[in-house]
Design a protein around this ligand. Sequence first.
Ligand SMILES: NC(=O)c1ccc[n+]([C@@H]2O[C@H](COP(=O)([O-])OP(=O)(O)OC[C@H]3O[C@@H](n4cnc5c(N)ncnc54)[C@H](OP(=O)(O)O)[C@@H]3O)[C@@H](O)[C@H]2O)c1
Length: 221
Amino acid sequence: MHKPSTVGLISGTGDQGQGIALRLAAAGNTLSLGSRSAERAGQTARRINQKIGEERVRGMDNHELVAGCEILFLTVPFAHVEQVINEYRQEFSEGQILVDVTVPVVFDKGPQLLNLESGSGAEHLQSLLPSGLSLVAAFKTLPAHLLVEIDSPLACDEFICSDSSSAKTRVLEVVSQIASLRWIDAGGLRYSRSLEAITLLEIALNRRYRVKEARMQVVGL
Ligand SMILES: NC(=O)c1ccc[n+]([C@@H]2O[C@H](COP(=O)([O-])OP(=O)(O)OC[C@H]3O[C@@H](n4cnc5c(N)ncnc54)[C@H](OP(=O)(O)O)[C@@H]3O)[C@@H](O)[C@H]2O)c1
């Protein structure tokens, strides 16, 4: 049987999932890319492999992916996170790291963040996780539009936060390989509130300035 790769993307078939998979694969990682449809995952994986000219991404059903990977990127719309966690609850296992990429934004008379009791989408997700899993928030402020343009340098900063420093270190080992991107440790998971607010600001800036790739760079660090 195929030995599962360490890193996987739950429903990595969307814009953000494909962009992250592409950048990680181009940096030399082997990855699993999941979907509710194994066929759709296979098609997406083939497209990414063609773009990078190497067989580094393997598509599969989300159930198989969740059962086999150590680091799992959650790349579904926030509205579905609860349903997705429940769907794969039996396949999660102790020691896995879930990387939350989601932003709880709704488009109702303009973009807005959901007013969540736990404070942020990531903190809400933390409360849904089976015990023994660590949650890390990352890739929340990077635009998919740029991530998928593999020949364009990202040329910006991206933020990571978590209440587990060992999980954060493990994820950084993987994502730090992406060229032209500097990672900033934003601290504990509560800082996901600020990161999600930054994404909302970027969406507004994209609209106001009629661009698609607004992103962040911190000076003084
Ligand atoms: N787009 C951006 O620029 C950007 C930037 C920062 C963060 N994010 C965050 O990244 C996440 C993914 O964004 P995206 O634009 O890639 O989303 P998307 O394309 O709308 O959806 C991603 C994937 O989610 C799965 N999905 C869709 N509906 C579902 C449902 N009802 N139940 C379960 N799974 C479902 C689908 O995968 P399968 O059908 O293959 O399973 C789909 O390909 C979002 O939470 C977003 O807030 C996006």
